[in-house]
Design a binder for this molecule. Structure first.
Ligand SMILES: Nc1ncnc2c1ncn2[C@@H]1O[C@H](COP(=O)(O)OP(=O)(O)OP(=O)(O)O)[C@@H](O)[C@H]1O
Ligand SMILES: [Mg+2]
Length: 274
């Protein structure tokens, strides 16, 4: 077994005021994988993700980066955040510059890149998210979906090796979701490790290599997507329903190896059966 890129070991987190949001939590993220953190509202997803780039420090337990315990001094945090980019659930919590271009430039400039290199990164990130026409707009005047794209572009411009996204598809229309998943696929093919949280089992099923199911502040099971999402008992406890695609395929008696992972794949199989 290779050393995980990121590992969380027996993590506990208590919010100031006393709420224990995470307890005895273990998670491993292998390089190059796509991992979905799946859990109902209030299960602790956001609290966990805020530990993955050092925004939160565990009350007890630890986070390890390639086997080394993470440091929380300034230098360690800068190095950590260069490698792991976190896109927050609420774009308003992430965006702060006056215009889109300024906002997306902030990360690369902060990394010490030249103005020319920053411009190149920014234009590439805006292009990838298809928001080039919004470059000069004031961020506070954008729609929610537009802000979300700007927030993602800002992290992409830093070219992190691991991208952590908190509910990236929430609030996007179906076209926006398809486009975002395409962007993530390209990043993954280019070698990035991806983690995203969601309560959407269909999305986790169609997108992830691995799923970690979360409830009552801890990861109850982490494993290959079909194995985890085929576990009804587990999903029921996590207040989630099994993915419809998986249920339909199982009801049709399809064997485990040929289970379709997208609606297009399912429709193709159904047409072939007629
Ligand atoms: N600032 C805070 N102070 C105290 N408790 C908090 C705070 N933020 C979150 N919590 C609590 O921690 C628990 C986990 O919350 P968290 O936001 O991590 O869940 P989540 O899985 O991301 O939920 P959602 O799907 O709604 O985004 C909840 O019980 C929540 O009420
Ligand atoms: Mg959340």
């Amino acid at each position: 077994m290779t050393v995980p890129l990121l590992a969380v070991d027996r993590l506990e987190y208590r919010y100031p005021g006393g709420v224990v949001a995470l307890r005895d939590l273990n998670l491993q993220v292998q390089k190059g994988r796509r991992l979905a953190i799946l859990g109902a509202n209030g299960s602790g997803k956001t609290t966990l993700l805020l530990h993955l780039n050092g925004t939160f420090r565990p009350t007890s337990g630890e986070v390890r980066i390639e086997g080394q315990p993470a440091g929380y001094d300034r230098r360690s945090l800068i190095r950590w955040r260069r490698r792991v980019g976190l896109v927050l659930q609420e774009p308003d919590d992430q965006l702060f510059a006056a215009t889109v271009e300024q906002d997306v430039s902030f990360g690369p400039l902060n990394l010490g890149l030249s103005a020319a290199e920053t411009r190149e990164r920014v234009s590439e990130a805006l292009e990838a998210l298809r928001i080039t026409p919004l470059a000069q707009r004031a961020t506070h005047t954008l729609s929610f979906g537009q802000k979300k794209r700007v927030a993602i572009a800002g992290i992409l411009a830093m070219r992190p090796e691991m991208l952590v996204l908190d509910e990236p598809t929430a609030g996007l229309d179906s076209h926006g979701v398809t486009h975002l998943l395409g962007v993530l696929r390209q990043l993954h093919e280019a070698g990035a490790t991806l983690i995203f949280s969601t309560h959407d089992v269909e999305l986790a099923y169609s997108w992830a290599d691995e799923v970690a199911v979360f409830y009552e502040g801890t990861v109850r099971m982490q494993g290959e997507t079909s194995a985890v999402l085929g576990n009804r008992e587990l999903l029921h406890r996590a207040r989630l329903r099994p993915p419809l695609l998986l249920e339909v395929a199982q009801a049709l008696g399809m064997d485990a190896e040929s289970l379709p992972r997208s609606r297009e794949a399912l429709l193709l199989l159904l047409r072939e059966r007629r």
